[in-house]
Design a binder for this molecule. Structure first.
Ligand SMILES: CC(C)(COP(=O)(O)OP(=O)(O)OC[C@H]1O[C@@H](n2cnc3c(N)ncnc32)[C@H](O)[C@@H]1OP(=O)(O)O)[C@@H](O)C(=O)NCCC(=O)NCCS
Length: 293
């Protein structure tokens, strides 16, 4: 972020200040040597993003914001790009985010371009006012997902998971069913982004295999993609998952304190979203509603 547009310098009411957490990931890989990736979580209102987008959007990203976009899609596009630029700022603080573009590829996958980010990939996910993004060396593909945990989705998510997956996670995670199912869903979606196929393949191909509880999250393998692992975090009513290569291809040093910091950011983002949901609707003559609902 430019200094002017950074989260720290944002003026206005506290709720209007974006929430940002970033995390550096260090990987050991026998084939390439050590590698770095960065992950960011961000939450911001559509009003804030619109007011500050000049500080982080590339001109080609600005062009994606056509007038025909629904407010929810506009919010998703902006918060996703903002989280991605926060991850990139943690990776290369010397680069101006406005010089880096994330454009959709032919499979709608995000393609990063700009000087200084050659051979870097990006994955992002948004839910309402919240987004997560990870930037990684193309040598070490990753994918990320974020979902809101909603009890109303239990029946649907039950149909879209295998009994074996549900048993594995239930044996390791003492949490409401909606959380367990959403975490499974997030892990599969993050795998589908890593593979670039999205959810166009039969979901059982993306099935979760083993599940290990590693505070503050879950560490899983995939039944059909033995080369990948998935890390799952949840806090409040938000669940997030990161998928990346597993040993022996690449070993991630998971620092518990840093992940806990990310988990607490997720909890704060969930609380902010709930507070926004609970806020009374604007009266006539108040500022126009531009939120994500
Ligand atoms: C990828 C997918 C799982 C995203 O799920 P979602 O719940 O809608 O949304 P999320 O917020 O979690 O993720 C959205 C982001 O995923 C990324 N994405 C989209 N397609 C992707 C793909 N094939 N591979 C990796 N990432 C992808 C994008 O960055 C997108 O955000 P953006 O449009 O704001 O840039 C879903 O859109 C999907 O299955 N897409 C496949 C569709 C497809 O193959 N289309 C081909 C058209 S030719």
């Amino acid at each position: 972020m430019t200094g002017e547009e950074s989260a720290e310098s944002a003026a206005g009411a506290e709720a209007a200040v974006p929430l940002v957490r970033s995390l550096r990931l260090t990987l050991e890989a026998p084939r390439t040597g050590p590698m770095q990736a960065t992950l960011a979580l961000a939450s911001a209102s559509l009003d804030w993003l619109d007011a500050h987008r000049g500080g982080f959007l590339h001109a080609d990203e600005e062009a994606l914001l056509t007038d025909r976009l629904h407010a929810r899609r506009r919010h998703g596009l902006l918060i996703g790009r903002y989280a991605a630029k926060c991850a990139l700022a943690a990776f290369r603080p010397d680069l101006d985010p406005r010089d880096l573009a994330i454009r959709p590829g032919v499979l709608e996958q995000p393609i990063l371009s700009g000087t200084g980010v050659e051979n870097l990939g990006i994955s992002l996910s948004h839910a309402g006012p919240v987004a997560v993004a990870v930037t990684f060396p193309e040598a070490c593909p990753m994918g990320i997902d974020l979902e809101r945990i909603q009890p109303a989705n239990v029946a649907l998510l039950t149909r879209q998971t295998l009994a074996a997956e549900r048993r594995h996670i239930a044996a390791r995670l003492d949490a409401p069913e909606a959380e367990r199912l959403t975490r499974l869903w997030c892990l599969k979606e993050a795998l589908s982004k890593t593979l670039r196929c999205g959810l166009t393949v039969p979901l059982e191909h993306l099935a979760v295999g083993s599940v290990v509880a590693e505070p503050p999250g879950l560490d899983v393998t995939f039944a059909n993609f033995a080369q990948y692992r998935g890390l799952s975090l949840a806090a409040g009513d938000l669940a997030a998952a990161l998928v990346l290569p597993r040993p022996p291809a690449a070993a991630l040093a998971v620092e518990a304190a840093a992940w806990e910091e990310l988990r607490s950011g997720l909890a704060e983002a969930a609380m902010r979203w709930q507070a926004e949901d609970a806020a009374p609707p604007p009266r006539d003559g108040d500022h126009e509603e531009t939120g994500h609902r």
